[in-house]
Design a protein around this ligand. Structure first.
Ligand SMILES: [Zn+2]
Length: 417
């Protein structure tokens, strides 16, 4: 009875692959409870708690005399309250039809709309003194989508930001919109409307209320699996935060960016629990990345071990589907490590391509690199194109070649001297 029972118990474990496990992690982190892992309802902290629980389940330890979490704080602008934009009779959908600029302030009410475009801007700008406008009466809609003059566009863009000191501003765009995290606030909102949802109207209802948090406490989650050589380290990092909520209805789930990276680290943790590593493996789940690499910056200036003892940092961000392979940021300067990665990939026939790229300040590898620690930032290339929008969902993240990327990373770490 006991034997049969344990076989039954083991069967699903064997049939449950890395990718399936990763899917469950992404489904969880992108669910409503985590609020897009931003700063509304402490979505990021909820995610940190989940990751800690998962590390405990897997058997990953905290560092001696430390907890799993490392707290630090920063200022951030948020939109926890209902957001509304009605153009004429048309109620627009937040996230899909428009984005509230993350540094926006507050405005509420009905406004007269003055459209400013390439035909009338000179006349309007010479006739109106922005500073004397009544901010409860009028809004300007900057519509320059058919303008090809780059200098003018730049000027208009700068002006639209500046104008938010005096009144709420609408801008129209036909380019892909991307949300981000605001760390300051202006007086009035700046709302960017997708040209497909925009129509020239006389009246607009605007309701945007920001909540600026001068001291928001966020936390990195750090765990480790001791290696045969305990005091030498290989660091895997992935940011778990994303962009959170823009009002209660628009959530940015961040499945590809970067629930997928979190899933990769947890999947690697399972592997290293079963296969004792040569060097101690550190897992850094950073927060505050989307707010400006804040978590990794904090960790690098308050590390748990001497950074000189780190053999390599492998930062994964955007692991959603490597149909076309991966890019290694920093590899242009670390040719030996890059060549080794390519050789492993060729030998094991894992991915289509391992692409070389120079240094960039676009993810959590950056501050390690600045301290002279060898580091790669690895991102997947392929069919997943949703980025910093409401469509970066678990359903849209197929995890193609997820297992192959994991194998590549494991084999690379095996060969670190
Ligand atoms: Zn990211």
């Amino acid at each position: 009875m006991k034997l049969i029972f344990s076989i039954l118990l083991l069967l699903p474990v064997f049939s449950f692959g890395q990718k399936d496990y990763a899917k469950t992690i992404i489904d969880t982190l992108c669910s409503d409870h985590y609020k897009g892992r931003g700063y509304v309802d402490q979505g990021d902290v909820r995610a940190a708690d989940f990751i800690v629980d998962e590390l405990k389940k897997i058997g990953v330890q905290p560092f001696k005399k430390r907890s799993y979490t490392q707290e630090y704080d920063f200022k951030v602008n948020t939109f926890p309250y209902p957001i509304e934009l009605v153009l004429g009779d048309d109620t627009l959908t937040p996230g899909a039809d428009y984005l509230v600029n993350p540094i926006s302030g507050t405005a509420q009410g009905e406004f007269d709309v003055v459209e400013v475009n390439k035909e009338n801007y000179k006349k309007i700008f010479s006739a109106i003194n922005f500073k004397q406008m009544d901010p409860s009466q009028t809004t300007f809609a900057f519509n320059f989508i058919d303008c090809k003059n780059e200098d003018l566009l730049k000027e208009v863009n700068a002006l639209s930001y500046k104008a938010t000191q005096y009144f709420p501003v609408l801008t129209v765009t036909n380019k892909k919109q991307m949300y981000s995290v605001g760390r300051q606030q202006t007086t009035y909102p700046l709302i960017t409307i997708d040209s497909a949802a925009y129509s020239k109207v006389d009246k607009a209802q605007i309701k945007v209320t920001n909540k600026f948090i001068p001291k928001y406490t966020s936390k990195n989650v750090i765990g480790m699996i001791p290696g045969k050589k305990k005091r030498k380290y290989v660091v895997f990092s992935a940011h778990y935060d994303h962009l959170g909520m823009m009002g209660p209805d628009a959530m940015f789930p961040g499945a590809n960016d970067n629930a997928s990276g979190v899933a990769m680290l947890l999947s690697l943790a399972k592997y290293y629990m079963a296969n004792k590593p040569n060097y101690t493996i550190v897992f850094c789940f950073f927060s505050g990345e989307e707010a400006g690499l804040l978590g990794s910056k904090h960790f690098v200036s308050h590390p748990y071990f001497r950074l000189k003892k780190v053999k390599f940092v492998l930062n994964v961000d955007i692991m959603g589907g490597a149909d076309d392979g991966v890019t290694l940021v920093n590899s242009a300067k670390q040719i030996e490590a890059y060549d080794r990665m390519v050789a492993i990939n060729d030998k094991m026939k894992l991915l289509d391509k391992v692409k070389k790229r120079g240094q960039t300040q676009n993810s959590d590898h950056y501050f390690f690199s600045q301290m002279g620690v060898p580091a790669f930032f690895i991102y997947s290339m392929g069919s997943v194109k949703n980025y910093h929008d409401i469509y970066d969902t678990a359903e849209n993240t197929p995890l193609n070649k997820f297992d192959e990327v994991q194998t590549l990373l494991q084999e690379f770490v095996k060969g670190i001297k």
